[in-house]
Design a protein around this ligand. Structure first.
Ligand SMILES: CC(C)(COP(=O)(O)OP(=O)(O)OC[C@H]1O[C@@H](n2cnc3c(N)ncnc32)[C@H](O)[C@@H]1OP(=O)(O)O)[C@@H](O)C(=O)NCCC(=O)NCCS
Length: 330
């Protein structure tokens, strides 16, 4: 069965926000990861501001039955986050998600993006299969999704448990050439990812200590995900202590997961990775062109996280990145 000629793919207008809210509810009930998407006004504002570009699949009578989104980041840049892949349960299995993915690629290029980062879930393999031949799997965020997200009409193996999400790089243009500072322990893996992604990078293996005393961090705690996100904008000698303090603070608010993003342009990043590993952090993924160049994400999980749920992975490359992450954890 194919999507058929009665489906049109186009941008969702701000005035159509209620259609997107309705589709999310048909796909997730009231359990969607971002509760603000239950509000028509909030979604309308996101679309109007241009922070969210929604690519919709509409039936001939104008019903929204498929969707993907591109979310621009507050600090801008030449990449963005892709996601919100949704197909109405009554319209699944007809290739609609693939059709919308083509619209997403066109829109990303129209926005001048050299690529987008996508985060396919591992509770099922459907979204991993879309774009599997095109994108490169560069990471796996363990126990990233809360267990109470309900995927309507999907078979999921362990309802109620937290599950992991892949990090996938989808290239849409020529990324700038860059010099990156890699730690010895990840060099071979990251170079292999660069080769797969056809990214031109000069590698420096640095063991420089941070010259600055104080680190600068941007932190955000997501209550719904119970996840602390830290972007390191300056690496200082106090980095591991500062991240440790932020993590402990997040834990007192119910935090279970922490992610720390480090700039690969900084020659102190390899030393920072070693310092974070000594505090229980391990490799999460490579995010090309994520912020002023490439970023390496490290992750940390609280002991109380049930991480026994096996990820459903669809290809050899997804299984390879999972194996790398799990090896780095031990
Ligand atoms: C995931 C989803 C968007 C797929 O939509 P769809 O229009 O049915 O997908 P398509 O028909 O374009 O198929 C795309 C691929 O997914 C596979 N697929 C579709 N439904 C699947 C399922 N339930 N389980 C496993 N694979 C599935 C298809 O077989 C196809 O891969 P193939 O061509 O290699 O066989 C839809 O099932 C959905 O909205 N699910 C709930 C929300 C969700 O999980 N979103 C993704 C979050 S990352």
């Amino acid at each position: 069965m194919s999507a058929g000629e009665d489906i049109a793919v186009r941008l969702v207008a701000p005035e159509e926000a209620s259609h997107l809210v309705g589709l999310i509810q048909r796909c997730y009930g009231e359990t969607y990861i971002d509760p603000s998407f239950n509000s028509e006004a909030a979604v309308g504002e996101l679309l109007r501001s241009g922070r969210l570009h929604s690519i919709g699949a509409f039936t001939e009578p104008g019903e929204l039955v498929g969707h993907m989104g591109i979310t621009l980041r507050p600090h801008g840049g030449n990449t963005a986050d892709a996601g919100m892949t949704l197909v109405d349960p009554a319209f699944r299995g007809r290739g609609i998600a693939r059709l919308v993915a083509v619209g997403l690629a066109q829109q990303a290029m129209a926005l001048g993006m050299v690529g987008v980062h996508d985060y396919p879930v591992t509770v099922h393999a459907a979204t991993q299969r879309i774009g599997a031949d095109f994108g490169v799997d560069t990471g796996l965020m363990l126990a990233n999704l809360p267990g109470d997200v309900v995927f309507q009409e999907m078979e999921t193996p362990s309802p109620g448990a937290r599950t992991s999400s892949l990090i996938r790089w989808l290239p849409f243009g020529l990324a700038p050439e860059r010099t990156v500072c890699l730690p010895k322990r990840y060099r071979a893996q990251i170079e292999a990812l660069y080769a797969d992604a056809l990214l031109s990078r000069s590698v420096v293996e640095s063991d420089e200590r941070p010259t600055q005393r104080e680190s600068k961090l941007e932190r955000a705690y997501d209550e719904r995900r119970q996840t602390l996100r830290v972007a390191v904008t300056r690496i200082g000698r106090d980095l591991a202590d500062k991240v440790g303090a932020e993590t402990r603070d997040a834990v007192t608010h119910g935090g279970l997961v922490a992610h720390v993003d480090l700039p690969l342009a900084d020659s102190a990043t390899p030393a920072a990775i070693e310092a974070l590993r000594a505090h229980g952090f391990f490799f999460a993924g490579l995010l090309p062109e994520y912020r002023d160049g490439d970023v390496l994400r490290m992750q940390w999980l609280a002991d109380s996280v049930d991480d026994t749920v096996a990820s459903i992975l669809s290809t050899d490359s997804t299984r390879a990145i999972e194996a790398f992450v799990l090896r780095d954890r031990t």
